[in-house]
Design a protein around this ligand. Structure first.
Ligand SMILES: Nc1ncnc2c1ncn2[C@@H]1O[C@H](COP(=O)(O)OP(=O)(O)OP(=O)(O)O)[C@@H](O)[C@H]1O
Length: 257
């Protein structure tokens, strides 16, 4: 088996207001593996993802991503790590008034050594070509010249994926990437995300709320409940009622109080 690309041990996070978002999480993810992360609202999914690139600083435990010890790493090492980690969020953060192509080209900014190099015309030509290829990959080369705001939500999310490809990441963290999309657009985006991560052998953790999608796309399921790992297994081994139980059981507890 591959060495783990993500290795989390005893990870806890207590926010200054006293909220215990994570309470002793252990998780290892191997190279090329895709993990679907499930759990009710507030169970700690986003916090866990954010701890992987130090957007949130853990209270205790260890986090190692692509060989970087995230908790002890200096700023420079964290910046280097973030270049290897592509992120896709529910909220699509394209620059609305810029063209689709320019948005995608921006994905290469972190990769090119200095912004001066990045603005050199030869580099710009290369980036442009690469960005067109990425747009072709996501099926949107024909709208390259349009302003991002003119695209539908599903198209914008595909552009965000093309931009992420320009970054040439090794790990992808997707936090509810289709929550804002209708079922058809959502499925198209999930298909694309799965295809590109598989093609490129990327390691991915993807948070989803739609159980149907989780079932179709996840081979490994990790579920969180109140900051702890509740389930870590192959999706094929989980019955439908167990999947639903990840949400309903907590509701019942809530309503009982
Ligand atoms: N910056 C913060 N300060 C205080 N509490 C926070 C902060 N960020 C998150 N929390 C709390 O930590 C807990 C876990 O939040 P988190 O966003 O990780 O959950 P989640 O599983 O991603 O939820 P959702 O499905 O709603 O996105 C919640 O109780 C949340 O209110």
């Amino acid at each position: 088996m591959h060495d783990p690309v993500i290795r989390v041990q005893g990870l806890s996070k207590e926010f200054p207001n006293g909220t215990q978002a994570l309470a002793g999480v252990d998780l290892q993810v191997s190279a090329g593996e895709t993990v679907v992360l499930l759990g009710a609202n507030g169970s700690g999914k986003s916090t866990l993802q954010k701890c992987l690139t130090k957007l949130v600083r853990p209270t205790s435990g260890t986090v190692e991503v692509l060989g970087t010890d995230v908790c002890t790493a200096r700023k420079r090492e964290i910046s280097a790590l973030r270049k290897d980690v592509g992120v896709v969020f529910q909220k699509i953060n394209l620059v609305r008034e810029l063209s689709v192509l320019t948005n995608v080209i921006h994905g290469s900014l972190g990769r090119v050594r200095s912004s001066r190099n990045w603005f050199a015309s030869s580099a710009r030509g290369e980036q442009r070509e690469e960005a067109m290829e990425a747009l072709e990959r996501v099926g949107l080369a024909h709208v390259a010249g349009r302003r991002a705001e003119q695209l539908s939500g599903g198209q914008q999310q595909r552009v965000a994926i093309a931009r992420m490809l320009m970054q040439q990441p090794r790990v992808v963290l997707a936090d509810e990437p289709v929550a804002a999309l209708d079922p058809r657009a959502g499925r198209a985006v999930m298909d694309l995300l799965w295809e590109v991560t598989e093609e490129q052998g990327l390691t991915m953790i993807c948070t989803l709320h739609q159980l149907g999608l989780a079932r179709d796309y996840g081979s490994r399921l990790v579920a969180l409940r109140e900051g702890r790992i509740d389930m870590d297994t192959y999706m094929s081994r989980v019955a439908d009622d167990e999947l639903e139980g990840l949400y309903t059981a907590e509701d019942e507890v809530m309503y009982a109080h």
